[in-house]
Design a protein around this ligand. Structure first.
Ligand code: ADP
Ligand code: MG
Length: 285
């Protein structure tokens, strides 16, 4: 059956074999084409389990996951699902399979049985999209962590996916590598309309998404825009998750009686709202 959502997660629970409690319980979420959705949670909250359910590496114990309308329980659809839902993992070294960058990008296409003459333009276009064209003939082990992750992204892109699922793709990178990889993914989302599920424990990264799902103990505890989610300062702190510093400061000022509105994320947001409170006459509206 066709489905409007790109990914539909309906009342999904998952229990590992032999485990006494489920890693995920009754998770529901719909991801629309073109969305950039962050899944935020601390270690052990169930993020990777969720990621693996999204491309049929795992099958729900209960409930349904559908990707582009394809039910992940149907074994005959597994490859249809995996070429639409590409995964990037945490460790760039574990994702490199070839001795040259361009061969690495070719790997997924070979598995899909794409004819050679079609492979070359797809590889070039994927490497160009992640700005790694000049490294096509380089050895992957000579690249930085951020560059390796961009090659891994190119390998997924070459397969022309509908959605990229990145499971803590920046967790092993230095700050510049983190920025390089997140910027690349955001650009692919904006310019090519690729749907993104960005799994992270970095609050700053989740703050850049269209929508955030906060996962704790295998449950989605909060979901909404970054502003909506981070305004739950007390609940976030209870879950041992950070909120943007300006959101926390706005919350503290509010508790001291300053009438600040919700949805403050940045220094600019807070400066504007404090100015409104202190000098209401400056308001042009
Ligand atoms: P996260 O990615 O958020 O760190 P995971 O999805 O890896 O969380 O883990 C969720 C829960 O499932 C944790 O309690 C973890 O110990 C457990 N778990 C993860 N992988 C396995 C496995 N292969 N077998 C048994 N339990 C697992
Ligand atoms: Mg994980």
């Amino acid at each position: 059956m066709q489905n409007e959502s790109l990914i539909r997660i309906d009342e999904v629970s998952f229990t590992y074999e032999g485990a006494s409690s489920p890693a995920l319980s009754h998770v529901s979420a719909d991801i629309q084409p073109g969305e950039f959705v962050a899944v935020l949670g601390h270690n052990g909250s169930g993020k990777s389990t969720l990621a693996k359910l999204l491309n049929a590496l795992y099958i729900p114990t209960e409930g349904t996951v559908a990707v582009c309308g394809y039910d992940t329980r149907k074994e005959e659809l597994v490859w249809e699902i995996r070429r639409r839902a590409g995964m990037i993992f945490q460790n760039p070294d574990n994702q490199i399979v070839a001795t040259l960058v361009k061969e690495d990008v070719a790997f997924g296409l070979e598995n899909l049985g794409v004819p050679t003459e079609e492979m070359i333009p797809r590889i070039e276009s994927a490497l160009s999209a992640v700005r790694m064209s000049k490294y096509a003939d380089s050895a992957p082990h000579q690249l930085s962590g951020g560059q390796k992750q961009r090659v891994a992204i190119a390998g997924i892109l070459a397969m022309e996916p509908s959605v990229i699922i990145a499971d803590e793709a920046t967790a092993m990178l230095d700050p510049s590598g983190r920025k390089e990889v997140l910027d690349t993914i955001r650009m692919l989302n904006r310019k090519k309309g690729i749907t993104v599920v960005w799994i992270t424990h970095f609050m700053e990264e989740a703050a850049q998404a269209d929508r955030v799902l906060v996962v704790t103990d295998g449950e989605v505890r909060l979901s909404g825009t970054p502003a909506e989610v981070f305004d739950n300062v007390d609940l976030m702190q209870e879950m041992h998750l950070d909120v943007p510093p300006m959101t926390a400061l706005a919350n503290a000022l509010r508790q001291e009686g300053m009438p600040l509105p919700a949805g403050i994320l940045t220094v600019e947001d807070l400066a504007k709202e404090v100015d409104q409170v202190l000098c209401p006459s400056k308001s042009g509206t």
